[in-house]
Design a binder for this molecule. Structure first.
Ligand SMILES: NC(=O)C1=CN([C@@H]2O[C@H](COP(=O)(O)OP(=O)(O)OC[C@H]3O[C@@H](n4cnc5c(N)ncnc54)[C@H](O)[C@@H]3O)[C@@H](O)[C@H]2O)C=CC1
Ligand SMILES: O=C(O)CCC(=O)C(=O)O
Length: 414
């Protein structure tokens, strides 16, 4: 039988397992097995050649029993309705794991921003907000950056919503430029959170981070900041990649040079001749492997060939359920996405809180608050995994879904 690569249906299986272990009935699963709202929109954009092109976009809102839904918007050719459904469910889990007063949301537009001009991207970003403004807002559903979206796109979206709302609405979106109410540290928060988790995981496996050999798939917001933090802390980043290929140097790559040369879409390997493929990268001999790009990268086909002792998922959904089983059986510590990458939404929450207060924290204050949430979350998930003898993913799902399930029960929704 071929393995299930559908992110949505494979997520449903783990949600069911987590709810069963927590003692919830079929009615609760029926409520939480898919988003409460899933919207598909068509966004016309006049392209630079004068012709109108119509793009398809989505927004999934998994559950808002705890509070407004929250999660990023990605611009990528591979976006699909099922991908957005799964991503919105994972946001509910992240919010539960780091204890934020949110449910999960996520959005996406099928497009390739690498082939679009700034003007086209601005029209598309504004069109997305116009199409969805009735179901989004600072107390309803709060977007943020994800794959191939950035602070500039957040700024256009915030400006468009502020025009519709007839009010300056910084709390509409997070990941904004600092001058528009962005939080100190949001740009590096996902990577900082992953770094904290890697340090905690390394302690559990007695790996000294000084000199530890690291491989990172993806050199965008998550992967590039991460490579810098680990390199500066004395680890040896021996492999990195982007959508076009990968670089490997067993002695450690020159990270500062690569950061200097990468473009705004996290591309750098195209400048080199001696590249390897993304699949070769994943199988390199190393201590810690960090998938930080896209989904379904570690599957039953390559899970037996992964040589890392720890895999930390900075990307959403990089490891399939079958591969999770294989890695766990092989004794590899797999730290799941819903825990490892929760630093981004944590600082997004801090951004929204600061917008609501109109009072702003220093970078140190933000880092201190985020570090506490991430360390506590790691310990909680690790302990549930050890005491119940279950993998870290299932443990994380149990912790992540509990708050939303409880809030739904109190509201009488299940
Ligand atoms: N930006 C954020 O705050 C957060 C991001 N994430 C997740 O981290 C992952 C990366 O996101 P960002 O760094 O924000 O995106 P980004 O757009 O900044 O960078 C994406 C990177 O992935 C590479 N990539 C794209 N398609 C690829 C393919 N087919 N094969 C190999 N590499 C490919 C790109 O070349 C680029 O280096 C995603 O799974 C995202 O959902 C998770 C939590 C928060
Ligand atoms: O910062 C946020 O609100 C959401 C980030 C996100 O989309 C994610 O964690 O996957």
């Amino acid at each position: 039988m071929t393995e299930n690569l559908n992110l949505f249906t494979s997520t449903q299986v783990v949600i069911k397992e987590a709810l069963d272990k927590l003692g919830y009935d079929e009615g609760m699963y029926d409520l939480l097995k898919e988003p409460i709202r899933m919207v598909e929109v068509r966004i016309p954009v006049r392209m630079d050649d004068g012709k109108v092109k119509v793009f398809t976009g989505f927004r999934g809102q998994h559950n808002d029993a705890v509070g407004p839904t929250k999660g990023g918007v990605r611009f990528h050719p591979g976006v699909s309705a099922d991908e957005v459904r799964a991503l919105s469910m994972w946001m509910t889990l992240k919010a539960g794991i780091v204890d934020l007063p949110y449910g999960g949301g996520k959005g996406g537009i099928i497009c390739d921003p690498r082939e679009m001009s700034m003007h086209e991207l601005e029209s598309l970003s504004r069109g997305y907000v116009r199409a969805l403004s009735q179901v989004m807002g600072p107390t309803k559903d709060i977007p943020a950056p994800d794959v191939f979206t950035n602070a500039q796109i957040m700024a256009w979206m915030m400006d468009e919503y502020s025009r519709i709302d007839e009010f300056n609405s910084p709390g509409f979106i997070t990941g904004k430029p600092i001058v528009l109410g962005g939080s100190q540290g949001r740009d590096r928060a996902t990577a900082e959170g992953v770094t904290i988790i890697i340090n905690e995981a390394a302690k559990k496996r007695n790996i000294d981070m000084k000199g530890a050999r690291i491989v990172i798939q993806g050199f965008g917001n998550a992967g590039s900041f991460l490579s810098k933090f680990l390199h500066d802390a004395g680890a040896k980043v021996i492999g990195i990649s982007d959508a076009y290929g990968a670089l490997h140097d067993p002695e450690g790559l020159d990270i500062d040079y690569l950061l200097d040369r990468r473009d705004s879409f996290g591309t750098v390997t195209t400048l080199f001749d001696n590249t390897i493929s993304n699949s070769e990268l994943l199988e390199l001999d190393c201590d810690i492997l960090v998938p930080a790009a896209i989904e379904n990268q570690i599957t039953e086909k390559n899970a037996h060939d992964i040589k890392a002792r720890i895999v930390v998922e900075a990307a959403n959904g990089p490891t399939t359920s079958e591969a999770t089983k294989i890695l766990t059986e092989r004794g590899i510590l797999l730290v799941p996405d819903v825990l490892a990458s929760a630093g981004g939404v944590t600082v997004s929450y801090f951004e929204w809180v600061q917008n609501n207060m109109g009072y702003y924290w220093t970078e140190e204050e933000v880092r201190e608050k985020m570090t506490k949430k991430m360390v506590d979350a790691f310990e909680n998930v690790y302990n549930v995994s050890s005491t119940r003898n279950i993998d870290m993913r299932l443990a994380a799902y149990m912790i992540g879904i509990r708050k939303t399930a409880e809030a739904s029960r109190f509201r009488g929704w299940a």
